[in-house]
Structure formats: C-alpha cells, structure tokens
Ligand binder design. Structure first.
Ligand SMILES: [Ca+2]
Ligand SMILES: [Ca+2]
Length: 296
C-alpha cells in the first residue's frame, strides 16, 4: 500500500513539474517575442544616422527646360509644317510653322501648348518664379506677338503679374522672347506642375503673317535657403519637420523628405530665409531622431 501511495505521489510531482515547465516556457517565449518587436523599432531608431551637412542661402538655381510633350492646339490660324518635336531644341535648324488664318477674325493666330514641370525634382516649395522662353521668326514686323499662360484661378489665359506684358515686336529674323512670371507664378502652375502656354498675334491686320517656332520652353527658378542632408545609416530616413531658431526667431516647417541610405539630398525652400547668426537648424525624423546644425 505504502509503495503504491509513494508511486502516486511521484507521478503527481512529475505532472506538477511538467505543467510548471510549460507555463515557464510560454512566459519566456512571449517575453522574448514582445522584446523582439520592441527591439526592432528601437534598433531602427538607433541605426538611423542623419546629418545636416550644409545650410546656405542660394540666389538663383534654374531647372532645365521643360518642353512640349504633345502637339500644339491651333485655336485660330493654320498649322503649316513641322511638329512640336521641332520646338524642343533651340538653334537646331528645325522649327514648326504656323500661319495666321483667313477666316473670321481674319489674319489671326492663336496656339497653345501643354508643359509639365517635374515637381518631384523641383518641388513647388522650392520655386521662386517660372520663366518662359520662345525663339521664333515672323515673316513681317507689323504687329506684336504675345505670350500668356493659363491662370488656374481665373480659368483663362492671362499675363497679369508677368514681368513683360507689352508683347514682343518681331525683327523679321530669329528673335528670343523671354518672360518670367515673377512671384505670381503660382496662379499659372497647377499642383501637378502643369502649365498651359499661349502664343498669339496682336490683332486683325492687313498682312498674313507666318510664324516659325524654333523653341518654346518653361523652366523653374529656385532661390531661398538650401539644406543638405546626409544619410550615413543603412535605412531610408523620412524627415518630417524642420526648425530654424535663433534668440528671437523660432519657426517650424512641415517637410516630407526621404533620404535613401548612403545618399545626400539637397532641399531648397523659397519661403525660408535665414535669420541673424547665431542660429540653429534642427530636423526631426519620423523615427524620432533629431539632427542639429548650428551657425555662430
Ligand atoms: Ca494678325
Ligand atoms: Ca528647334
């Protein structure tokens, strides 16, 4: 009897120990998994290595020319020769020819083209103005030519705020006609970078004019403050806010810049001007890291 009782006691001890082990293992595994998840975020935060390597005022930085990507629309007048492809490069011996129409109103020309600024490479917040340049030749100089752009607010072609609104008088040879949209450019550029440009004659006159367009392009001008960020870490960093502070000036700006691992990125803001020294520039990443650059 005593041996049987002892055996029972031994079996129940084994069961208690086994159950205890299962509980301990379950707890250890859970703690380990929880730690692993926590550590993944902490680890990413620790591994992030972003620096502000330079802060500088930039006077003027121009983009390359954005040219027509589709055929011009002829609202009044006639298309004679060539295609929009011939208007993409200046001084290359290729041009597209249009002629004033003879309908009603007679001897008029009105064409427009679509241009798309690359706002991922040249973000809207970096743009201080937009320039339009035309290289053309008119068969006579009896009337002026005009450049306008579609004003997205007014929903019409306008030149309000352009630096030149008086038109351009052709010489009969090849002429350059360049304008900029001053600080009013934003009314003429849609959020996705689209700008419609119109070329038209002055009015109804007695001579039917032929126009050769060698080049028509649009480009952005950036000026303001350029920030240079270097990512020495092994993960992409997402910068989400930027501060410019001195003793009297504290400003926070929302930003959204991705800097790939190992990359250096420049970022120009036309709306930020640097305060008097000493000042500090601070950025915060999405993971919560901070980088500081100070100028004394
Ligand atoms: Ca005319
Ligand atoms: Ca050309």
């Amino acid at each position: 009897m005593q041996r049987i009782r002892q055996n029972k006691k031994g079996v129940s001890n084994i069961i208690v120990v086994a159950l205890g082990l299962v509980i301990v293992v379950t707890i250890v595994v859970n703690v380990f998994l929880w730690n692993f998840e926590m550590n993944q975020l902490d680890w990413e935060k620790i591994k992030e290595d972003i620096k502000i390597t330079d802060v500088a005022h930039v006077n003027v930085t121009r983009s390359f020319w954005f040219v027509a990507q589709s055929e011009y629309i002829v609202n009044t007048g006639n298309h004679m020769n060539g295609t929009y492809e011939n208007t993409k490069v200046a001084n290359d011996g290729n041009w597209e020819t249009f002629q004033e129409g003879t309908g009603s109103p007679s001897y008029r020309l009105d064409i427009n083209g679509t241009f798309i600024l690359d706002v991922s490479a040249y973000p809207l917040e970096s743009i201080s103005t937009v320039e339009i340049q035309l290289r053309y030749r008119a068969s006579d100089g009896f009337e002026k030519c005009f450049l306008k752009a579609y004003n997205w607010t007014a929903q019409a072609y306008r030149d309000n705020g352009f630096n030149l609104t008086a038109g351009h008088t052709p010489t009969g040879g090849w002429d350059n006609y360049a304008i900029n949209l001053t600080d009013k450019w934003r009314s003429y550029v849609r959020g996705d970078g689209t700008i419609y440009v119109k070329f038209h004659d002055e009015g109804n006159d007695a001579v039917r004019t032929t126009i050769d367009i060698d080049f028509l392009g649009v480009r952005t001008v950036a000026s303001g403050t350029r920030f240079t960020f270097q990512n020495k870490g092994s993960l992409t960093s997402h910068l989400v806010s930027l501060w410019v502070n001195n003793s009297t000036h504290h400003r926070r700006y929302n930003i959204s810049i991705f800097v790939n691992a190992g990359d250096t990125e420049s970022y120009i803001r036309s709306d930020i001007s640097l305060p008097n020294k000493p000042y500090i520039v601070k950025i915060v990443t999405e993971r919560g890291n901070i980088a500081i650059h100070s100028e004394s």
